[in-house]
Design a protein around this ligand. Sequence first.
Ligand SMILES: O=P(O)(O)OC[C@H]1O[C@H](O)[C@H](O)[C@@H](O)[C@@H]1O
Length: 299
Amino acid sequence: MAAPSRCNHLIMFDSSLMIYLYGGQVIFWENDYQEQFLFVSRKASFKPPKAIRGGIHICFPQFGSHGLLEQHGFARNRIWSVDENPPPFPATTSNCHIDLILKQSLEDLKIWPHRYEFRLRVALSPTGDLMLTSRIKNINEDGKPFKFRFSYQTYFLVSDISEVRVEGLETLDYLDNLQNGERRTEQGDTVVFESEVDKVYLSAPPKIVIIDHDKKRTFELRKEGLPDVVVWNPWDKRAKTIPDFGEEEYRCMLCVGAAQVEKPITFRPGEEWQSRQEISVVPSSYSSGHPDPEIVHRI
Ligand SMILES: O=P(O)(O)OC[C@H]1O[C@H](O)[C@H](O)[C@@H](O)[C@@H]1O
């Protein structure tokens, strides 16, 4: 039997702003000047159904190795279908979207014995914001609840990682995956990058910003229904161990994503869980409300 092909979709607004989906994964997102915002590795292998190194991975029902399933769960490595007739979604400012759906396959039931409907809406606003809404419903017929972790693993394209800083995570507690998940507290006024990082920030605020000095642009990430934020950059040594990632590519990417990692969600049949992640790109004149440490230093 031939391998199933991925369903690929292009979402455009006014023939300029654009998102491109490969299966259930957003891989391109650009503005009307054809500037790319998401990183996709030059070594990415487009071999369905495995997720592509870059874009946005939907990690479900597991995050990382917190469980018995494959790393980050199976959802990112599955063929999603177009949901032709989704139940009404909460009102958004966008009328330019696509609805996808993932359900358990017979194979998946052997490794995760639960029935679910995972509805994903990928939307583009008139101003170019990328909005992801997930609704997951437990449809088990045996009355059993299920438990899951979740993340929108987002590969941002940056100019030079050493010129990037993240605001909104300072002073928060985090789990450090490089130290066996040890709990620590972020020190310093802002998060900057000088070596490998693999952290889960806990109870993060609803908005965080990723400021790219060189590119003179800022990503503003807003989240709902997801308390945590995952931050990952493999840096040079780890990068060499990842087959579909270029040795030097760690310099131009940063993974940041809204997530539910520390406390898994549990819910019963008939219940539905919902979360959102929205990203806007704003020019360098953007002010996060925090003083710029460089300016403060010069004064
Ligand atoms: O290589 P992947 O399975 O896509 O995972 C890439 C990275 O994702 C997350 O951010 C994890 O915390 C990391 O430990 C992991 O290395």
